[in-house]
Design a protein around this ligand. Structure first.
Ligand SMILES: NC(=O)c1ccc[n+]([C@@H]2O[C@H](COP(=O)([O-])OP(=O)(O)OC[C@H]3O[C@@H](n4cnc5c(N)ncnc54)[C@H](O)[C@@H]3O)[C@@H](O)[C@H]2O)c1
Length: 390
């Protein structure tokens, strides 16, 4: 229950719980920091691990009351739904294959959900979650991080306004080095589950980072995929899933694109880059230098738009936190998604109508498209990179 939302308080207290994100986990901690950025929600419950002793130790570290630490997510969903002061939303930050069951358990109990990507390992299940959220009148966000950057939002607004003309070509890539060797054999937690189909799903590289390319391009450009042809490679010997992928795309309306995602690209950290070429100009964005957008117009010198110095369009300006030259990055992008989502929860609880801007966070429908993208890439690759309608 969002305290104060119906009593006219301007800053009501929102509470949340977390499933996953125990000791040694990666993204759960990022979510907690991102939520804390704006002080709009408080962590009060958790099932941080499949091991109760780890849940207890993580809970103690995070100052959570023992009676709100749960052995399983199902127990947590039931108990929190039954409390008068139950959580307002849950953050699901477990490996991919458990997202569906966990999200469903909370939605069925009437609890709002934020789930990390990819939304599920099956597009039918992702669509089911989207429908369930709608049916139960709940807000659901999927944390596709890169849609949270002000510069990405500015690019989206420029493209929507037709400033670079009709989009002709998109070239996007997400190269990483970290799986260039068989790291999963060392027992490294994040590599182990990502390379295991039972936890990761049918793809590793496309599922883990190709999905970020798909969402970032789609958010930035509004383009819809018409058909695609994909080749997934497994370069590291005896690895079960893909570690590199090349994808060609045709979009509705005639634009074309090429995506490359790779975890064997020696020398690259998190090199997500999106380049959009239109009939009148182009826009380039790199997540390792995310405070700037490179923009060029025909017959004019190329320029660099700076977050914090130049006026940004759409909601981007309102999400800028520090002046130009003080870099903002990954945490802030996550925080922007949460800020928008939590503001929407509070506004909805007050009975006010939510606008399109209020709902500017990645939806479960976008999550379902992302899962379908992974499925189509795997299917195409199995058919020797056959072109498949999307
Ligand atoms: N948005 C992004 O930029 C981004 C970045 C990294 C990871 N992710 C996504 O976040 C998810 C987690 O990835 P990670 O790298 O943090 O993994 P991780 O292995 O570091 O953490 C997973 C955590 O979930 C816990 N867990 C597993 N099953 C559980 C269950 N049934 N109940 C309670 N806890 C459970 C594990 O004990 C662990 O603490 C994945 O879906 C991944 O794709 C997203």
């Amino acid at each position: 229950m969002i305290e104060g939302s119906k009593t006219g308080k301007t800053n009501p207290i929102v509470t949340y719980g977390m499933v996953g994100g125990g000791e040694g986990a990666f993204i759960g901690d990022v979510h907690r920091h991102a939520i804390a950025f704006d002080g709009k929600a408080r962590l009060v419950a958790g099932s941080f691990s499949r091991s109760m002793s780890k849940t207890l130790s993580t809970g103690e570290e995070l100052h959570i009351d023992k009676d709100r630490l749960y052995e399983t997510y199902a127990e947590m969903a039931a108990a929190e739904a039954a409390r008068d002061d139950g959580i307002d939303f849950v953050a699901v930050v477990t490996p991919n294959a458990s997202h569906y069951a966990i999200s469903k358990a909370f939605l069925e109990k009437g609890i709002n959900v934020v789930c990390d990507k990819p939304l599920t390992t099956d597009s039918g299940q992702a669509e089911e979650l989207a429908e369930l959220a709608k049916k139960n009148n709940l807000l659901f966000a999927v944390t596709y991080t890169y849609s949270g950057y002000p510069t990405v939002k500015h690019a989206r607004a420029m493209i929507a306004a037709g400033e670079i003309g009709d989009i002709r070509f998109v070239n996007a890539e997400y190269p990483q080095e970290w799986l260039a060797e068989k790291l999963e054999d060392s027992g490294q937690k994040q590599a182990s589950w990502r390379s295991d189909p039972a936890q990761s799903g049918i793809s590793n590289c496309v599922g883990d980072i190709g999905s970020h390319i798909e969402n970032t391009v789609s958010y930035m450009t509004g383009l819809k995929i018409k058909r695609l042809s994909a080749r997934l490679d497994t370069f590291v010997e005896n690895r079960i899933l893909d570690d590199n992928a090349t994808i060609m795309l045709d979009y509705e309306g005639g634009a074309k694109g090429v995506y490359w995602s790779s975890q064997i690209a020696v020398g690259h950290d998190n090199g997500l880059a999106v380049r959009v070429y239109g009939s009148k100009g182009s826009i380039r964005w790199r997540q390792e230098d995310p405070n700037y957008l490179e923009v060029a117009f025909l017959d004019k010198p190329a320029m660099k738009i700076s977050r914090g110095r130049d006026t940004l369009k759409y909601r981007a300006e309102s999400l800028v936190r520090v002046p130009a030259g003080h870099p903002e990055g990954y945490f802030e992008a996550f925080a922007n998604i949460y800020k928008t989502y939590i503001d929407a929860l509070v506004k909805k609880a007050s009975g006010a109508e939510l606008t399109e801007d209020d709902l500017d966070f990645p939806t479960p429908e976008a999550g379902a498209t992302g899962v379908k993208f992974i499925e189509k890439c795997v299917e195409s690759s199995k058919k020797d990179a056959a072109w498949l309608e999307f």
